[in-house]
Design a protein around this ligand. Structure first.
Ligand code: ATP
Ligand code: HSE
Length: 319
């Protein structure tokens, strides 16, 4: 489920009256996603996504997110463009919530990527990393390394009830990321490029979506997040070197990592795995078991964390 806010035909018509998009021909809620309410909208001018931003997204940063995705679309990347109304505004208010109409892109997100798909994702990620420095407006990553000790403090106590090994893995992750690499390149990065945020047709990336955790952070950290998301079995028990080397080859073709960035990958991977272990642990402890939203297993990322603690840079690159 992800339709928290029901939009009536009248409210939709009111919104569309500010745009040059014609009249609505069809309008349906989209089940996927958990953060926002998303609708598929078809008008006489084409297909669009209407998103109403719920409380899980940082509302103050919405103008920044929409400007960033517009920047990537302008640069020719496969990032759906926010549509502006007649006043030139992309950000709207609908039923008391911030809202935006975004171009629709065809494609589906894969749940078990092939090496060819991982390579295409790596290439798209490298293009993002290459284009982002032209944006020029920074945003702090509020789920980044400086925040992990406080995030851990909020959920360590309950973590043992999820799995007896979870607290020790979180502590090990905190120790291993206390001294964080300094001096590596930073830019605006996605920080959440999981397969479900990459729309594909076959082996071609058609859309990079869900930039609502984007922030200014280490390029190589963003690479590590993507490696963590794409290159393991779903339960985090098995690393797949073929996926890892395909992701690396794709990225190398469009941006690539320096020797210093490569050397830091195992530690950055610990950090990436810790970030998702912490947010999943927090959500697990704070979402009722019978809620409509499915809770994501923190151990799937705690196991990845254990893998990165013992990994070499070459292992992360699938060599
Ligand atoms: N621009 C787009 N074009 C086509 N489909 C889209 C587009 N944006 C989103 N979708 C579809 O809507 C679904 C939900 O979108 P999204 O993943 O952004 O949801 P969310 O609730 O904002 O975030 P989360 O995935 O973090 O829960 C996607 O899985 C995708 O199928
Ligand atoms: N992609 C994240 C959710 C959004 O941060 C996860 O799978 O835990």
């Amino acid at each position: 489920m992800a339709v928290y806010t029901q939009v009536s035909a009248e409210a939709l018509a009111g919104l569309l009256s500010g745009y040059d998009l014609g009249d609505a021909l069809s309008f349906k809620g989209i089940a996927e996603g958990v953060q926002n309410s998303n609708y598929l909208l078809e008008t006489s001018r084409g297909r669009f996504i209407l998103t109403l931003y719920e409380h899980l997204v940082d509302h103050a940063a919405l103008p920044w997110f929409l400007a960033l995705t517009t920047h990537f679309a302008d640069a020719g990347l496969p990032v759906p463009r926010p549509v502006r109304d007649r006043q030139g505004e992309a950000l709207q208010t609908l039923l008391g919530r911030p809202a935006a109409i975004i171009e629709f892109v065809s494609g589906v997100s894969v749940s078990t990527p092939t090496p060819a798909q991982a390579q295409a994702a790596g290439a798209a990620l490298g293009r993002l990393h290459g284009s982002a420095p032209g944006f020029g407006k920074a945003r702090e990553n509020d789920l980044g390394q400086p925040h992990w000790p406080a995030m851990a403090a909020r959920c360590l106590e309950g973590a043992a009830a999820i799995d007896p090994q979870l607290p020790a893995l979180i502590e090990a992750g905190l120790r291993a990321t206390r001294d964080w690499p300094a001096g590596l390149p930073t830019t605006e990065v996605h920080t959440d490029l999981f397969p479900d945020n990459v729309l594909m047709l076959g082996d071609t990336v058609t859309g990079l979506i869900d930039f609502y955790f984007a922030a200014t952070d280490l390029v190589a950290y963003d690479y590590a997040v993507t490696h963590a998301a794409w290159c393991f079995s779903a339960d985090g028990r098995d690393h797949d070197p073929a996926l890892a080397s395909a992701l690396a080859a794709g990225h190398a073709g469009t941006r690539g990592l320096s020797a210093d960035e490569i050397a830091a990958l195992p530690q950055l991977g610990v950090g990436a795995a810790l970030r998702f272990t912490l947010t999943r642990t927090h959500d697990w402890l704070n979402t009722p078991a019978d809620a409509l939203v499915t809770r994501k297993d923190p151990m799937a990322f705690a196991r990845r964390l254990a893998w990165y603690l013992k990994a070499t840079p070459n292992m992360v690159l699938g060599r």
